[in-house]
Design a binder for this molecule. Sequence first.
Ligand code: 13P
Length: 254
Amino acid sequence: MMRKQIAAANWKMNLSLQQGEQLINDLLSKPHDLKENQLAVFAVPAPYLMMAQEKMGTKNRVAVAAQNCYSKKSGAYTGEISVEMLNSIGVKYVVLGHSERREYFNESNQFLAEKIDISLSHHITPIFCCGEPLQIREEGTQNAYVAAQLKESLFHLTSAQLVNVVIAYEPIWAIGTGKTASSDQAQEMHAFIRAELAHVYGKETADQISILYGGSVKANNAVELFSQPDVDGGLVGGASLIADEFVAIINALK
Ligand code: 13P
């Protein structure tokens, strides 16, 4: 099976509803050629999920994602979003473990493992984010750091479950800084992640998993990043808020 090449937009906490609608309208009106193995995903703020779902839910090769969900099915958890709620509006993807969630909301690898489980049990594909801070990169211990994130949040899964997970490698020092990892640095880490997956689940399973790169992906560096053999697309913040930029990033997919 050929793994999917994915351009994922993460709007984060940006745009009004009207601006969001306009951006989706602009994106849908521009020519893009998503091939059979390619997918564009839009992680929009929670209040806009239904709007995005209405505009894109029935389109081929396009999907809507939540930016987060909670680890429990339902109940007295004021302010949280459940996977049952996402199911009920047809949302099929959720971003989990973004470094901003880890940093500002103290989400641990163990807590994320619970979120991964509940998402998979409700047929929602997690886009699981991992990646090291600058200090770890400077110490040269990024591989061990990312390996622990994978182990503690994902490696309890069966391979039948794991193939329904998308991984996004986002080095924190490259997020919103304009400082992209070089395509060699991205490839090196993606190959390492795939080797870790292969070590636990075997090569055949590891080869099915899409591993996206995130951190200052722009129209002008996407082709080079995505051309690396283990880079299966991108998770894009800032540049996903500009229609022309994001369409160019979609068109840079392998
Ligand atoms: P930027 O593309 O703005 O660096 O953000 C990356 C990111 O965090 C996507 O989730």
